[in-house]
Ligand binder design. Structure first.
Ligand code: ZN
Length: 251
């Protein structure tokens, strides 16, 4: 099938009467917002040693770790805004096509685009967690400015509320994501290679429960020849904007 036939099949699946869907997204959806992926050529791990967000390293060297966290996540990504793919996902949610967006991204761009029910599998940059008292705070420049960012309540070390290496997935995101996956008729996978465990199991869980998988990626991924039913090759913005128009034309 060629691209336009695939788009038409995907739109028909999304618009099928009573169909319940979800989106599952990864770094590839945010690339066109200027956020680099972690893996692959040009990825963050080409330039930085990932140990700075390894949990034991963080506790052993909080100042060193925070210096890199500030640079990579808050200075470099600070100005990123949602792109057309995030907006198309939000629009499809608003039109009742998706009940959930599960994202592996920590950039909050789905929420900024208007998505309401977002499960952040790997947490978020927008909150800080006190490693002593467990309170959470909205991230502000003032809180992360000190060499060793500290809890305003108890003075404990603050950590960005995203999942570090060797850290577990938050229970609510984990359970919510798999519950959503087991109860949907289709998943649209956008911009992820499907290699990061256990997140990559979310679409596979949906497939095991009979869901159809629509995949939007620049290149073939671990899903393409295993679980994907409809492969839409291309940049996330272009494909999602085209798909949104097609879905809306189905009305
Ligand atoms: Zn505290």
């Amino acid at each position: 099938m060629d691209f336009s036939e695939n788009i038409a099949s995907a739109a028909a699946l999304i618009r099928a009467k009573g169909a319940r869907g979800m989106a599952f997204t990864g770094a590839g959806i945010s690339v066109e917002s200027g956020i680099p992926p972690f893996r692959g050529p040009g990825g963050l791990w080409h330039k930085y040693d990932p140990e700075f967000i390894e949990l034991n390293y963080f506790y052993a060297h909080p100042e060193r770790s925070w210096a890199q966290i500030r640079e990579v996540f808050y200075d470099n990504w600070g100005g990123a805004v949602p792109n057309g793919a995030h907006k198309a996902v939000a629009q499809l949610e608003q039109e009742g096509c998706f009940h959930t967006v599960v994202t592996q991204n920590i950039d909050c761009l789905h929420q900024r685009a208007g998505s309401k029910h977002v499960l952040e599998f790997h947490g978020t940059l927008d909150k800080l967690l006190c490693t002593e008292c467990g309170r959470r705070f909205g991230t502000t420049r003032k809180l992360i400015e000190p060499e060793r960012p500290s809890c305003p309540e108890c003075g404990g070390l603050l950590k960005p509320d995203f999942v570090f290496f060797s850290e577990g997935i938050p229970d609510d995101a984990f359970e919510g994501s798999f519950a959503a996956a087991s109860g949907c008729d289709y998943v649209i996978v956008i911009g992820t290679t499907g290699e990061v465990m256990p997140a990559c199991e979310v679409p596979r869980e949906a497939k095991r429960h009979g869901a159809k998988i629509i995949e939007v990626n620049l290149q073939e991924s671990a899903y393409t020849n295993s679980v994907t039913d409809i492969f839409l090759r291309g940049r996330a913005v272009e494909v999602m904007e085209t798909l949104l128009r097609k879905v809306q034309a189905c009305d």
